[in-house]
Design a protein around this ligand. Structure first.
Ligand SMILES: Cc1ncc(COP(=O)(O)O)c(C=O)c1O
Length: 390
């Protein structure tokens, strides 16, 4: 066995995104005890920064140990009780995962299924809430499997009108488009570090609102999870909880998240969101000039995750493999019904740069050319540049 040296890549897949050197360096700082007073102070700073990022001033925010799926598991297992009716909007792979988890929590799951590429339809969700008197609504804000953004504000408002709590998956949205927990009056939100925050994978930022805290405190049965039991977690993360040992926090991963949050606040959240939008617009202009089509209508496209159709006669997996081999550029393939038919191109966090759009266009033109399709790369770069600026 020898030291592992990963190849150098540019990460334009559906996550992880590129981690900037300052964040990587932060994770290499000396490990200290997870109850060290200096560490506890850093934990408090992370909690406050997450509350700003989720726009959740009255919420309990903390990063859970584990990937985005840990956030999903914590949200569902803490909020839902056996026998409780929950509406789950399914418009891709991650909505489906939420529904499966809610079934494991013992909830009565009412799925509102959508075709791939559609945003969540508020009218159909409302009909389901109305018909079944559901106590909760769960949905994905930014569906990474299809590159679709749903209207979280409207969905949360509908849930409120029907007296239902909301669980909002913000794994891909947080830091890339506006997330407004308090403005939406959302109840539970969770995310991941490896998308628009550009920290290494393995932590799940989590926010629990005041109503949800009451609901969790008033549960009849204890949550079907120990590691992600919210009250136990807060015993460690909240100074009011006495900092009781619960699990050994991933100390160095938290240094990385802290540094990523410092970097984001330096840039400014609004500026970061505007950067994602500008880079996306340059990407779309360039890709269309290469003769490629985006299946998601412009109104519900997610800036940070772009789905591009592979033209007939082009083997999408071969094109991806060639881009990785010749350009060290990683992009993703399609999932579920779209497997083998589309590419998924992430422009998330530190990966969302004009230079990466140009690199992508060059690599894609090269890969298409290798399969006999002629493209005009210079015209594509020119079209992208007109949107990207410098
Ligand atoms: C919308 C969404 N939810 C949940 C997840 C699960 O996150 P993880 O893979 O970090 O467990 C992902 C991962 O891509 C995602 O995109």
């Amino acid at each position: 066995m020898k030291t592992f040296q990963p190849p150098r890549r540019v990460l334009l897949g559906p996550g992880p995104s590129d981690v900037p050197p300052r964040v990587l360096l932060a994770t290499a700082r000396p490990t200290i005890g997870h109850l060290d007073p200096a560490f506890l102070q850093m934990m408090d700073e992370i909690r406050s920064a997450l509350a700003r990022l989720f726009r959740a001033p009255q919420y309990a925010c903390l990063p859970l140990p584990g990937p985005g799926t840990a956030g999903m598991e914590a949200a569902i297992m803490n909020l839902l009780e056996p026998g409780q009716a929950v509406v789950v909007a399914v418009n891709g792979v991650f909505g489906r995962r939420m529904a499966e988890m809610a079934e494991r929590a013992g909830a009565e799951v009412i799925r509102v299924e959508h075709a791939m590429g559609e945003p969540v339809d508020p009218a159909r969700v409302e009909a389901a809430l109305w018909a079944r008197g559901a106590k909760a609504l769960a949905f994905v804000h930014a569906e990474t499997s299809t590159g679709v953004l749903s209207d979280a504000g409207q969905l949360c408002a509908l849930a409120r009108e029907h007296g239902a709590m909301t669980i909002v998956d913000c794994v891909t949205s947080l830091g890339g488009v506006a997330v407004d927990a308090a403005g939406w009056s959302a109840d539970v939100l969770y995310s991941g570090t490896q998308k628009c925050l550009s920290a290494p994978p393995g932590l799940a930022p989590f926010a629990l609102g005041p109503r949800a805290r009451e609901a969790v405190a008033g549960r009849k049965l204890r949550a079907r999870t120990w590691l992600y039991d919210f009250d136990l977690l807060m015993g460690y993360w909240d100074s009011k909880g006495g900092r009781a040992y619960h699990h050994t926090a991933p100390v160095n991963a938290l240094y990385g998240l802290h540094e990523a949050l410092v970097a984001l606040e330096e840039e400014g959240l609004e500026a970061a969101i505007a950067r994602h939008r500008r880079v996306h617009e340059g990407f779309v202009a360039g890709v269309e000039m290469l003769g490629l089509r985006l299946p998601v209508p412009a109104a519900s496209r997610l800036p940070q995750l772009n789905v591009v159709e592979a033209p007939a006669g082009v083997d999408e997996a071969k094109a991806r493999a060639l881009m990785l081999e010749r350009f060290n550029l990683e992009i993703g393939g399609g999932l579920a019904d779209w497997a083998g038919r589309v590419w998924r191109v992430g422009l998330m966090g530190a990966s969302a740069t004009p230079a990466n759009v140009r690199l992508f266009l060059e690599a894609m033109a090269y890969a298409l050319n290798a399969q006999g399709r002629r493209t005009d790369l210079l015209a594509a770069l020119d079209a992208a540049d007109r949107k990207l600026g410098s």
